[in-house]
Design a protein around this ligand. Structure first.
Ligand code: MRU
Length: 349
């Protein structure tokens, strides 16, 4: 493995899938083994594994597990069972389009298989994972080109090896730029309520020898006011054809705040995160998770009894607030995205 890149969260082992249980990090590093598609869907829904590309990769392996589970069935019964299992995997989380992207790819693979489907589906899932790492490395190089020496960068949520096949999207750019000596300080929002920044990004960067300073989400504006941040660098769960970007709740706040302070905003995502079927962010389904994620901590009530809560876990940043979208196929600003959606060459997709 290359420098500053030692973590892998999704691993196929002979006949089952091992997931690094991200609910337990950083206190415990434990693997959770999935042997069925249902267990895999539950792991995605319950945040054992999270992050758009990692969800897609995990679901692809879930299809392999389904194929193994049902391999003794007749061809017709196998097809019906696979269809149902893919439906279950697909319903596990709504916002990250990488999930349906990976499942469609596995379905296409199923249609062309002759003979034993398991080795062919496993090969396809491995390819999805490996391609994701290649895409992340490419985006790391592209995004790092934009960062000037001595920059402070602020990131939100976790977009690293834990959220992808490996290396990361926004965190991949940060890894590459840090290795090139361009970054003087990485700042990470703690990322309420799930603390992906405090628990996961901080852990991942410390593991890989990249110093990181945490701040509360609400400190971001004040940090920018001190002139310490040159780039906000974030990932994405779904990018509409016009470049509007769904990402972890709080990304929109950051983009609005960045605009006010003259800080640039970079979105980093593989093309598997782009949904050309929807024209704008208004059509992106936004996941709302249980109130208890806000009202309780470790099963203990922390909010006043009688209060309820609203817990959307993603928001949409309009393309107007984004300086550049870095993908594995190139980098796009607002003007190029608009040309694409007007049917011209280049741009997203
Ligand atoms: O709820 P999560 O932890 O799955 O949300 C993850 C994010 O919002 C990430 O920023 C996004 O998936 C990109 S990960 C490379």
């Amino acid at each position: 493995m290359i420098k500053h890149d030692s973590i892998r969260a999704v691993r196929w082992q002979d006949d089952h899938l091992d997931l690094l249980d991200q609910r337990l990090l950083p206190q415990q590093q434990k693997l959770l083994s999935c042997t069925t598609a249902q267990e895999t869907a539950d792991a995605i829904r319950n945040m054992v594994v999270r992050g758009a590309p990692a969800i897609g990769i995990t679901a692809a392996y879930g299809v392999v597990l389904a194929a193994i589970q049902h391999q003794k069935k007749s061809a017709e019964a196998w097809q019906a069972a696979m269809h149902a299992e893919i439906g279950t995997l697909s319903a596990s989380r709504p916002t990250a389009v990488n999930l349906s992207w990976a499942l469609k790819r596995m379905q296409r693979s199923m249609e062309t298989i002759t003979g034993d489907p398991v080795p062919a589906l496993l090969a396809e899932a491995h390819t999805i994972l490996e391609e994701d790492i290649v895409a992340n490395r490419r985006m790391g190089e592209l995004g790092a080109e934009l960062i000037e020496e001595g920059s402070g960068v602020l990131t939100h949520c976790n977009t690293g090896s834990l959220a992808t096949g490996g290396y990361g999207t926004a965190l991949g750019v940060i890894r590459t730029a840090y290795a090139q000596g361009k970054i003087c300080q990485v700042f990470a929002d703690e990322t309420r309520p799930w603390l992906q920044g405090a628990r996961l990004t901080a852990w991942e960067l410390v593991q890989d020898g990249i110093p990181v300073q945490l701040n509360t989400d609400s400190a971001a504006a004040w940090l920018m006011k001190q002139g310490k941040v040159q780039w906000v660098i974030v990932g994405a769960d779904r990018i509409a054809a016009n470049g509007d970007t769904a990402n972890k709740i709080g990304t929109y706040n950051l983009a609005v705040t960045a605009k006010y302070h003259g800080v640039k905003v970079m979105v980093v995502a593989p093309t598997s995160t782009i949904d050309m079927a929807i024209s704008s962010g208004e059509e992106i389904p936004i996941e709302t998770r249980p109130d208890s994620e806000l009202l309780e901590w470790n099963g203990q009530r922390i909010a006043a009894e009688g209060a309820n809560a609203w817990n959307p876990v993603f928001d949409v940043t309009p393309i107007d607030l984004i300086d550049v979208i870095v993908t594995d196929k190139g980098m796009f600003g607002k003007s190029q995205v608009q040309k694409t959606t007007n049917g011209m060459d280049g741009g997203l997709g």
